[in-house]
Design a protein around this ligand. Structure first.
Ligand SMILES: [Zn+2]
Length: 200
């Protein structure tokens, strides 16, 4: 068994989570039930590239494009009725009205989520977030930290030192479920959404 990974700064934790996401995304798009050696290589390479500054995160523009081409449905449960706009970073926690922070949500999910942090809410529901919503969330977190010059803050004391942050860093997933348990988007009845072709 490998020793659990430890992180000193929020940067290390976020890049690792983002690299896990890229690994999971690649495996899901391939339809692989388990992570392969190539998937692990993708993760290691991206993590190293991000830490050394040789690689960059994809822009939020990609997420906007996916949002527009995806069928209009609740990002949390896949419902197509009673849709409203949900702030991924809750307004009460300082979330903004800019498009990057907005997703479709049905009224039921919107009121269930309330003032909770998105990942905190997901954890209470006992669900792992759909990958494309998690990707948007992670980019929002990283953008906020970058803009506030806080990427190199100490991870362990971050929540205590920065109650003004519009997210809760402690809920970032430390590890990801097997690709067979993941979805790109939620569909009603939790059906697996067949991934679109990776070539675009
Ligand atoms: Zn919903």
């Amino acid at each position: 068994m490998m020793a659990p990974r430890t992180f000193n700064t929020v940067r290390e934790k976020l890049y690792w989570t983002y690299s896990n996401l890229a690994m999971a995304h690649a495996a899901l798009v391939q339809g692989s039930p388990k992570y392969t050696r190539v998937n692990y290589m993708i993760r290691a390479k991206l993590n190293k590239g991000l830490l050394t500054g040789k690689m960059k995160l994809g822009s939020l523009f990609d997420d906007e494009r996916e949002k527009m081409t995806h069928e209009k449905a609740c990002h949390h449960c896949g419902a197509k009725e009673n849709l409203s706009i949900d702030h991924l970073f809750c307004v009460k926690m300082g979330g903004s009205d800019c498009a990057d922070n907005l997703v479709w949500s049905c009224k039921s999910c919107n009121s269930s989520k309330g003032k909770l942090d998105y990942l905190e809410w997901m954890q209470r529901r006992g669900e792992f977030p759909p990958l494309l919503v998690l990707r948007r969330y992670l980019k929002l977190v990283i953008t906020w930290l970058d803009e506030n010059g806080l990427m190199d803050e100490d991870l362990a004391s971050f929540s205590q030192c920065h109650p003004e942050a519009p997210f809760k860093i402690d809920y970032l997933p430390g590890s990801f479920p097997a690709p067979g348990e993941l979805v790109l988007w939620k569909e009603k009845n939790h059906e697996l959404v067949p991934p679109k072709s990776a070539a675009k």
